[in-house]
Design a protein around this ligand. Sequence first.
Ligand code: NAD
Length: 250
Amino acid sequence: MMQDTTKKVAIVTGGGSGLGLAVATRFIKAGIHTIIVGRDTEKLNTAKTALGNLCYTAVCDLSDLTAIPPLVDDIIATHGQIDILVNNAGINMKKEFTEVTDEEFQRIIHTNLNAVFTISREVVKHMLHAGKGSIIHISSMAAQYGLPKVIAYSASKTAIDGMTRAMAVELSPKGIRVNAVAPGFIYTAMTDKALNSDPERKAKVFGRTPMGHMGQPEDIGEAVYFLASDAAKYITGVVLPVDGGNSIGF
Ligand code: NAD
C-alpha cells in the first residue's frame, strides 16, 4: 500500500492509562492517528471517548507474543502505515530480592522486554519498507541507578536502554530513529499511593530531585512527542531522562 505522506500513524502500547494516555493525548493534539493498545476493552474505550476520532483502539495482551504479528498486520491493513511506535506498556512488582520467584522474574521480563522486542521487530519490517520511522521506548530511573526491591523491573529497563542503542546503530542508517525516555517520579494515582505509604522513600525521592517536585504525565507526553517529531530528526540512540534532575541529584 502507498504511504500517505500527509498523515502520521502512531502505536502507543498501554495507551489507555497513565503515561501512555498522556502520550496519546499529545499525539492526537498534533493530528497524529493514534492506536492505543491494551488488554482492557473498557479502559481503552473510555480513553477513546475522551480522545476522539483520531484515536483507535486495539485489544491485545502483548505478553502473548504470537498475538503481536497479527496485531501489526491488522494495523497496517487498516491504516496503511506505521510512522511511530511508543513501547510504553509495562509492569512492576516490589518484593525483597530473595522472595522473587523465577516465574515472577520471567513475567516482568516477558512484558517489559520480550514483548517490546517482538512488537518492535514486526513494526520495523514495515518501517524499513517506508525508509523512515521513529521508535520510543519508555525506560525508567531503575536503569539509571540501583533501586531496591525491583530486581526484575530494573533488569528489564536496563535491557531496554541497551536495546535502544543497539537498535539505533542498526536501524538509523535505514531512516529509523530509536530513542528512549526515562521518566523520573511522575505523578499518577499509583505513584502517589506508593510514596504516601512509604514516607522514607518519599523523602529520599524529593531529597535527590533538584526541582523538588514530581513530574506530570504531560511532561512525558511532551518529551515523547518531541522525540517522535521532525524536530528531533538528528537525535537517535539517546535515553532522555525526564525527571526534574533526579538522575543527577546528590
Ligand atoms: P500504568 O499501569 O498506568 O500503565 C501501563 C499500561 O500498560 C496499562 O494501561 C496496562 O494495561 C498496560 N499493559 C501492561 N501489561 C500489558 C500487556 N501485557 N499487554 C498490553 N498492555 C499492557 O503505568 P504507568 O505509570 O503509566 O507506566 C507506563 C510506563 O512508564 C511503564 O513502562 C513504566 O514502567 C514506565 N514508568 C513509569 C513511571 C511513573 O512514575 N509512572 C516512572 C518510570 C517509568
